[in-house]
Design a protein around this ligand. Structure first.
Ligand code: GLP
Length: 241
């Protein structure tokens, strides 16, 4: 794993954004795996600004997101569909039919998981996957204990994940209890991965990732055996390491 140490959130967003733009420009029809949460917002702002200033085009880019809550009504501002539209897609020249996010309202969620897994292959696999990390080491919504050979599946969200994500909702009771997420094996199939981390809340998880053992109790440790992972982390996230 390669580590890029940056000073703060702004710097993390700029470094990751710059690298992404270089890759998009050299492969304008690439497949980007995207993440939600507060961590990648600055990177998305960088991409939007670069698109305006330098006309980097997303016309032929495809995106596929890691996860989505189950049961949030269509158009709910906390759904990852809305998050992606508001924070990225609506500000680029991307074709909306080329952006994919699991359907957390599908009638048959098992069929939806299988469809999504097949879709990843059908669009050519993921060239570059962006990841944040949960305080408990989750990637996507793969909570501790998830099998490393897991594919897209339904998860029961860990209580600490619901508490951490409740800051976006009116109350903890409003945070969904379940989600659909790409599995760990689905993520590891990506040809390249950027893991972003900012802030002291992530320091323990990052320390665990860099020094810890390979264990399904710590989902991010699956990345240790991937050939092309870059961690872009700020000083605060690297304090324990
Ligand atoms: C959610 C998302 C993850 C994300 C994590 C961390 O649980 N499903 O993909 O990495 O939150 O969020 P944040 O970046 O807000 O700390």
């Amino acid at each position: 794993m390669k580590i890029i140490r940056v000073s703060n959130y702004e710097d993390m967003s700029k470094q990751a954004g710059k690298l992404m733009v270089e890759k998009i420009r050299s492969n304008p029809s690439m497949v980007l795996g995207l993440a939600t949460g507060s961590t990648p917002i600055g990177v998305y702002q960088y991409l939007i600004k670069d698109h305006k200033d330098n006309s980097t085009s997303y016309k032929n880019i495809k995106t596929i997101n890691l996860d989505e809550y189950i049961g949030l009504p269509f158009g709910d501002s906390n759904s990852y569909h809305d998050f992606m539209k508001n924070n990225l897609f609506n500000h680029l020249d991307i074709q909306h039919e080329n952006t994919y996010i699991p359907n957390g309202n599908a009638k048959d969620l098992d069929i939806e998981c299988a469809r999504y897994e097949t879709l990843i292959q059908e669009i050519g696999g993921i060239d570059l996957q962006i990841l944040g990390i949960g305080e408990n080491g989750h990637i996507g919504f793969n909570e501790p204990g998830t099998a490393f050979d897991s594919r897209t599946h339904i998860v029961n969200l860990a209580e600490n994940t619901r508490v951490a994500n409740s800051r976006f909702f009116q109350s903890i009771a409003d945070v969904p209890t379940h989600a659909i997420t790409m599995g760990i094996a689905s993520i590891l199939d990506s040809r390249e991965i950027f893991l972003l981390a900012s802030g002291v809340k992530k320091a323990q998880a990052i320390a665990c990732l860099m020094t810890g053992k390979w264990s399904e109790d710590f989902p991010a440790s699956a990345l240790m055996h991937h050939k092309n992972v870059t961690i872009i982390a700020d000083e605060d996230a690297l304090t324990v390491f």
